[in-house]
Design a binder for this molecule. Structure first.
Ligand code: NOJ
Length: 569
């Protein structure tokens, strides 16, 4: 056969493989059915999560170097109320207390992250290893194991050493790939005899888009249309390199697993009978999850990303696509570098097609040609972006199954927030959220999705990035106004504990009693919290002072308005 003929055949085969892989997910199947009573497979793992910058505090203690988040949070105007994670929950000092809380909940695992600059202050393994930082993580891991809690360790939860940002431009620079590999290798060397579950990156979408495209997160760069794609490209390579290092050097001795944690919303077509909406929703997910998952499972970016970014780049008069390209060697190096997929999920959007004409400005968002909508009836108790849409979770899990060959999944994040000023520990909305989202995960397992564990986000209220402390995701309330940072259980602690001890939802009668019982325990915690003088003061401000001042303002404006009217008449 002539060469061109062979090439054509290979191309056709590749096309068939791609089309059939994408074709598996049934977009029109739209079950939003009622509650399912049943239990999870034996051995299903239940845990909670946290991350270093969000909880540890001790930002400049015991030889720790500066991270991009330390620097970013100290700049005025970057974080809500100019708050910082300098002391946060003081997890660095209080991890023993926190492990007691976890033991009480009978958790199987605890997901936390290692702060890169805490153990490598200048970012480089060749320069200086901070043994005090190593000791902190050793103590944490040992105590978890003493309490039969499995450590699940994230290597990178966004806190890049500041030096690497300043010297090289952080994830814009390919050199991060080998610096990150050295850091990972050091972690395997020092902790790998006890840690068997590794996550390379947490939510690379956020690192790339919010760190390098919109600039809402550290390092705060606004390199629209290019920055996010470049950062993601290096992150994918860095992930693959660390996976290979583990595979080659440590796996046979340490017998662990190494994966990545990708976070994605579900995108539901606005109009199921409209093929263009279906395609727009598919694009939304491929630009979100597929951007990272497709290279790691299939060796290259999703076809639709290559097409859209390529075409838009052409229309903008660029000689090459803004989406970087993997060489054939890189593709085979990257493909298959996940022992498990960590999945973070919180919410859903309705998606419809929307054309962004060229000249609109380069951006990741415009490249997708779609609009995101929400149903105003969806509950949204806390963060502005977080609507509770449980059925989206089941659809996302089924999508992963159909697209990536039913991989082993650990849900690495799922949860809901409330506003900072809310001091009510009877968090009805969170119990409802967990009940429904976990139930959708159970349905997905019945659908055949290979989910092995679930991690509630998060153990404690903590530093919520650019939102500072204004949004609380914790199962435990943290009183940040008190220098001892006391923790108080919200009702959802009891509720989650019941799910864990029953390994699911055994029957209607029992499950319905859980909320009632949880609420009984939370009223006593509420009293404890109200006894805290600072919180008592806060409550007085929110419950008495703010409403009184508002009412007075309204009255005064009414009087003023009437006065004006009378003068005119
Ligand atoms: C994802 C991030 O990984 C985590 O750090 C954050 O707290 C949650 N989303 C909630 O926004």
């Amino acid at each position: 056969m002539p060469r061109r003929g062979i090439l054509k055949l290979v191309y056709l085969l590749a096309l068939v493989v791609c089309v059939s892989a994408v074709g598996d997910f049934d977009w029109t199947r739209n079950e939003k059915t009622s509650f399912y009573y049943g239990t999870f497979p034996t051995g299903f793992l239940w845990g909670v999560g946290s991350s270093a910058y969000q909880t540890e505090g001790a930002w400049n203690k015991d030889g720790k170097g500066m991270s991009i988040w330390d620097v970013f949070a100290h700049k005025k105007g970057k974080i809500s109320s100019n708050e910082t994670g300098d002391s946060s929950c003081d997890g660095y000092y209080k991890f023993k207390d926190d492990i007691s809380l976890m033991k009480e909940m009978k958790l199987n695992h605890y997901r936390f992250s290692i702060s890169w600059p805490r153990i490598l202050p200048s970012g480089l393994k060749s320069e200086h290893i901070n043994e005090k930082g190593i000791k902190y993580y050793n103590d944490l891991i040992d105590l978890l194991l003493d309490n039969t809690i499995t450590p699940v360790v994230t290597l990178y939860h966004w806190d890049l050493p500041q030096v690497l940002q300043e010297k090289y431009g952080g994830w814009q620079n390919e050199s991060m790939v080998s610096y990150f590999n050295d850091f990972g290798d050091l972690c395997f060397e020092r902790f790998g005899n006890r840690v068997k579950h590794w996550i390379t990156f947490n939510n690379p979408w956020s690192i790339s888009v919010e760190g390098y495209e919109t600039g809402e997160h550290a390092p705060g760069l606004k390199l629209r249309g290019t920055g996010a794609y470049k950062a993601a490209h290096h992150i994918i390579k860095a992930h693959a390199k660390v996976w290979h290092t583990y595979d080659r050097k440590w796996r046979s001795k340490q017998k662990g697993l190494i994966g990545i944690s990708l976070t994605a919303d579900w995108g539901e077509p606005v109009d199921m009978s409209n093929q263009r909406d279906i395609e727009a929703a598919e694009r939304y997910i491929h630009f979100y999850l597929g951007w990272f998952a497709t290279p790691l499972f299939h060796g290259d970016y999703p076809q639709v990303m290559k097409e859209y970014v390529g075409r838009k780049s052409g229309q903008q008069g660029l000689g090459a696509s803004r989406l970087p390209v993997f060489s054939p060697q890189e593709k085979s190096y990257i493909r298959g570098t996940v022992d498990f997929l960590g999945l973070g999920h919180y919410t859903t959007r309705y998606i419809t097609e929307k054309n962004y004409p060229s000249g609109f400005g380069d951006s990741y968002f415009a490249d997708r040609d779609l609009a995101e909508l929400v149903d105003p009836q969806w509950p949204d108790p806390g963060s502005e972006w977080l609507y509770s849409v449980p059925w989206g979770f089941r659809r996302l899990l089924n999508f992963v199954k159909s697209q990536y060959g039913n991989p082993m999944i650990y849900v690495t994040e799922n949860g809901v927030s409330e506003k900072m000023l809310c001091t009510d520990l009877c968090d009805d909305w969170r119990m409802q959220y967990f009940r429904e989202y976990i139930n959708e995960m159970l349905k997905a397992i019945k659908d055949g999705v290979n989910v092995k564990g679930y991690t509630a986000w998060s153990l404690l209220d903590s530093f919520e990035w650019d939102e500072g402390f204004s949004e609380r995701f914790g199962l435990y309330f943290v009183d940040f106004t008190n220098k001892d940072k006391p923790r108080y259980p919200k009702a959802s602690v009891q509720f989650y504990k019941r799910i864990i001890s029953s390994n699911g939802f055994p029957n209607q009668r029992e499950v319905e009693s859980w909320k009632r019982k949880a609420v009984e325990t939370c009223s006593s915690s509420n009293q404890l919290l109200a006894a805290d003088p600072l919180i008592g003061h806060m409550e007085m401000v929110t419950e008495i002072v703010v409403p009184t001042v508002c009412t007075l303002c309204i009255l005064l404006s009414a009087v003023f308005f009437m006065f004006l009217l009378r003068r005119r008449l």
